[in-house]
Design a protein around this ligand. Structure first.
Ligand code: ARG
Length: 461
């Protein structure tokens, strides 16, 4: 196919430059959006009397036939085409003649591509939010089951205070809910302003109705500045940033699962269908899925960095550098979709091992704060109670005991305030259930969180 833009040039372009310039490899996926934009643009041209009704009809029939042939497989996208916009226009012209040549009236590929990416990302983001919703639902199910499983909560990866498995999992549900909100925010801003009709950068001399095209394409309004319309890629950056944040959350969850299914923890067992073996060590069951998610997070950060660095030095308006936006943002979208697709069923089939969680909770003195709180509630100033409990922990460590293994006489050696009820106060279930402040790890709090999260998910529908 010859270039559409062979305007002033007398030479054919070197084939190496053509290959270098071509974006069809990665922008072909926007073909439906490109056709949709062209349908609306041509309808507007007809409505404004810029092209004849017959041309509009021919263009629409031609575009429709392209769409059908693509779906049936009768038409294949030419890998030698320069880009998706060129491919559609040239195929259309081959099918309907002059009407096809009138399609690009009052339009540039600069506003066309800015539109197509938005339309594509709008749908892609909706698919991602749907996938995130599914993952949140699975987390809620696991959290409901594990609402009463006591496990050690950690700071600095050191056993710190008792929490429930359900509470720990719900922390991720809240993160993912924010991720969903961030994606929706990005889409809302993306849908606010339609770039179509900005032309190459300076608008056009034709009497376009930009409000009509904006509305038909689902935007709140046309963008008010044509230069901004063609040069803006904030929407790619915002979406990519939301995706990178979500990947960061999935990566943290993955890291925990990797720890939890190690022999050192054994808090969970992954289903065999979601683990892999070793070619040499027959005993191995590896959490490859989670490791890959952790690994792929880096590449999505790379995508975000690509976009930010690509844009930072560009003079207004369009520059060819901006063609690099698509590979980066599409990779980010694809990677998150792939990770969500795998982690969700993996979590749904994961078996928690509450006895092991409890055993780990019984070691490590995670009820030491509760012991200090016990003394504080009996009248000792907290700082003194803290010191006293610290001394007890040190003595227990020397004796190879836990706090609950001390006899009442031994307790009393540290303070007269200790009575029989100390055993209740430092009992692990009691410690977890006693943390009844709002947002705490009790069973009731976990169940409340689940219903609150589900309510927020329902509001979105
Ligand atoms: N393939 C190009 C891109 O993705 C389309 C816009 C081309 N515009 C231009 N003035 N060369 O950015």
């Amino acid at each position: 196919m010859p270039q559409l833009w062979q305007g002033r040039s007398s030479k054919t372009v070197d084939s190496r430059v053509n290959d270098f310039n071509s974006s069809i490899r990665f922008d072909a996926r926007m073909i439906e959006q490109d056709i949709r934009g062209s349908m609306v643009h041509s309808a507007m041209l007809g409505k404004q009397g810029i092209i004849a009704p017959q041309d509009v009809d021919d263009i629409h029939k031609g575009l429709q036939s392209i769409l059908e042939d693509l779906h049936s497989g009768a038409l294949e996208i030419d890998p030698a085409a320069e880009d998706v916009h060129t491919f559609v226009e040239q195929t259309l012209t081959a099918r309907v003649g002059d009407a096809g040549k009138r399609l690009h009236t009052g339009r540039s590929r600069n506003d066309q591509v800015a539109l197509d990416i938005r339309l594509y990302l709008r749908d892609a983001a909706a698919r991602l939010t749907g996938q995130i919703t599914e993952l949140i639902a699975v987390l809620c199910d696991q959290a409901e089951q594990g609402a009463g499983y006591v496990m050690p909560g950690y700071t600095h990866l050191q056993r710190a205070q008792p929490v429930s498995f359900g509470h720990h999992l719900m922390a991720y549900a809240w993160m993912l809910l924010r991720d969903k909100g961030r994606l929706q925010d990005a889409v809302q801003r993306m849908d606010a302003e339609c770039p179509l009709g900005s032309g190459a950068l300076a608008g056009t001399t034709y009497g376009l109705d930009r409000f009509y095209t904006a509305e038909k394409l689902g935007f709140a309004a046309p963008c008010a500045n044509s230069i901004d319309g063609v040069s803006d890629r904030d929407f790619c950056i915002e979406l990519c940033s939301a995706i990178a944040t979500c990947m960061m959350h999935l990566s943290r969850l993955s890291e925990e699962i990797i720890l939890w299914c190690s022999w050192e923890f054994k808090f969970v067992e992954l289903d065999d269908a979601f683990t892999t073996g070793s070619s040499i060590m027959p005993q191995k069951k590896n959490p490859d899925v989670t490791e890959l998610i952790r690994g792929k997070t880096g590449r999505v950060y790379g995508d975000l960095n690509t976009l930010l660095v690509m844009m930072k030095g560009l003079p207004l308006a369009y520059d060819k550098d901006m063609q690099e936006d698509k590979e980066a943002i599409f990779d980010a979208v694809d990677t998150l979709a792939l990770c969500l697709r795998t982690i969700t069923p993996m979590l749904a089939t994961m078996t928690p091992l509450p006895e092991n969680m409890r055993r780990a909770a019984a070691k490590g003195f995670i009820n030491a704060t509760d012991c200090a709180d016990y003394l504080t509630k009996k009248g000792m100033p907290f700082r003194d109670a803290y010191k006293c409990t610290g001394t007890m922990v040190a003595a227990c460590l020397r004796a190879g005991k836990t706090l609950e293994e001390l006899t009442l006489e031994e307790f009393k050696q540290y303070s007269d305030l200790f009575e029989q009820d100390v055993y209740d106060a430092i009992d692990l279930t009691h410690c977890c259930q006693g943390r009844s402040s709002y947002g705490g790890p009790t069973k009731e709090s976990v169940l409340y969180q689940i219903s609150a999260v589900k309510e927020k998910l329902a509001q979105d529908r």
